[in-house]
Structures are given as structure tokens and as C-alpha cells.
Design a binder for this molecule. Sequence first.
Ligand SMILES: Cc1ncc(COP(=O)(O)O)c(C=O)c1O
Length: 368
Amino acid sequence: MSYRIPLIRPYINDRVKALVNEVLDSGYLTEGPVTTRFEQAVASYVHVNHALAFTSCTTGLETALRAIGVGSGDEVIVPDYTYPATAGAVKIVDAVPVIVDVDPETLLIDYRKMEEAITRNTKAVIPVSLFGNPLDFDRLRDVQDRFGVCIVEDAACALGSSFQNEKTGTLSDITVFSFHPRKFITTGEGGMVTTNNSNWAESMHRYKHFGMGRVTEREEVQFLSTGSNYKMSNILAAVGLAQMEAFEELLERRRSLAMRYLELLQGHPEVKIPRTTDKGFHSYQSFAVMVSERDKVMKQMREQGIEVQIGTYSLHQHPAFQGRGVRLRGQYSGSIRAFNETLVLPLYHTMTEEEQNEVVEKLIACVE
Ligand SMILES: Cc1ncc(COP(=O)(O)O)c(C=O)c1O
């Protein structure tokens, strides 16, 4: 079904098409120089030493966990309110996801519960900067200093956000972004991993290139470790590169639309807006509100041609996360409420004020 006002419209302009055509004309379609330029554009935007393009955020998360040595039986703490791929990546490397509740105000991992879940088997935490709301690195670094766990950030939705003027992508040990079409920079499918650690970068580079290490001039493979093929083609990278060139402009437009949503909705008794992390700069990948009777509101808005969506999933409610090999902890009241009440509103750079007014009017009519 197509909606009059969709959730998102990807940024595909003449520059994107020209760059893709250049790649097609060149005949160099696999990972290559354009992929490198895309990686450099992301690295220089977030100010990080290494950026590696992947086929998705999920394959990036898997590779990041492998690089820091997470394996069979290790525990990795993840929030309950997230996309299943966050915990799925932990399962892929045969480790145990330990699922903790989220804060009911920010919808981000509950730092206290995260700390309480740490055991001597905990190798890493994967906090999620959900919807573009940055994580609180005062809290995370404090836990890291005291317990020595690695922070692999699932920043699928958070390119462009920052905490205390440091960009998401430099704050965690390893950060992983997604370029799925719901993100405002999209390559159709794709991901990017960033880190300042050269050893991890080298290990991740090797893993995504079949595990091949040190191929000599004579094309002799000197060793093969575990690995796969998670390369991003020049074609997809061209789409991403053209969007990175316009990134500041896209982010500014998105933020100004989000501020307008805030002005129009803040204070309405039936519409609650999740809190942005203190000292954080929200990139508003998604503009989320919380309403009671969310499913009824969602259905009514969709029927009127406005594409709205649930926020994300509450993992512990799914059979996939109830069996062996997953550790559930506590009551998850924050996540249950987030799952039941969150509604994501349309937001895209070409959205007009009239479209935005209509979304707000219809939302208010549905909740009142
Ligand atoms: C929080 C989160 N993590 C991971 C993913 C998976 O990303 P990808 O589709 O690029 O693998 C998503 C996808 O939307 C997501 O929202």
C-alpha cells in the first residue's frame, strides 16, 4: 500500500544518479574506490580513524563482536526495546544475549540495570542509540571504567547525533550504523562500522574480506582465518557517498522539522514525547511519540493515508528470545510501555509544513 504521506522518502537526487551512473559506466562494480571514498566521508564526518563499509548493520555488529573476541558462552548485554538484530548478532557469534529493561523516559538502555546484569562472563554491552537519541557516555564510561566491558554501540539510527559535542561513531569502542531505507542516509541495504582501534579495524577488515590475511603481490593467500564476504559494492557506496555530501543539509532540515513537531505537540496531554539524553544532540532519524491506544491510532492514521509505524520491538515478548541461550532479567516495565505506546511519525527532508500540519491534526484528532 502506498501512503499519501509516507514515513520516509529517501534522498535520491541527480547527484546520486550521476555518481551511480559513473560507477556503472566504469564497469568496476564490486567493492572499490567509491566504497573507500564513502568510508572516508563517514570517517571524516564523525572524526574517527577507521570506517569500514558492510552489507548491513547486522553483519557489522557480528563482525565487531568477533573482533573484540566475543564467542561461545560469553555474555553480551542488550536492551529489551530494540530491533531483534541487536540480540541476533550476539546469537550469531554463539554468545548469550542478556536482555535488560530500558528507561521509560528516554527509551534507551537502563544504565543501572545494565550494571546489575554484569557478571564475570560479560564481554560486552550493546547499547542502542535508538531513533537517533544519543547514549549517555558519562554513565557508560563510568560502568566501563569500573567493570572493563567493551561498548559496541548499535547506532543503526544515529548517524549525526552526538553527546557533549562528540559525534556518535567516536564515543564507543566500536560503533555500527545502518543504511537500510528507513534511515535518512540509505544505500538500500548497507552498514558502516567505526573505531579508533587499529587492531580491531584490521581484524574486521580481514573478516569482511573472506578472512584472507596478507595477500602478496603474487596473489598468494598467506593465511585464512574465519571470515565471510561482507563487502559493499561501489554501486551502493555511490548512493551513500552522494548522500554524505549533503549530510549537513539533510540533518539540518530533519532537525528543523523535528523541532516543529515538538512545538506543535509538546504539552499535549495525550501525547508524550520521549526525553532526549541530557547533553545529547538528537539526530531525529525517527520522530517518536507515545500515545495510549497506539494500535487504534496507528490504524486510523494509516486509513487516512498517513504512514505511521510502531517504534520497535520488545524482545522478551517474542518466543525467539524466551528459550535457551538467552538470559532474561526482571520485569521490563519500561520496554513494555515503550512497545505498547510508541508511534513513529512521518519525517523526510522534502516534507512540507502542510503535510506536517496534517499529520499533527490527524494525530490529535485520533488521540482526543
Ligand atoms: C536498532 C537497530 N539495530 C539493527 C538494525 C538492523 O540493521 P540492518 O537492517 O542494516 O542490518 C536495525 C534496523 O532497522 C535497527 O533499527
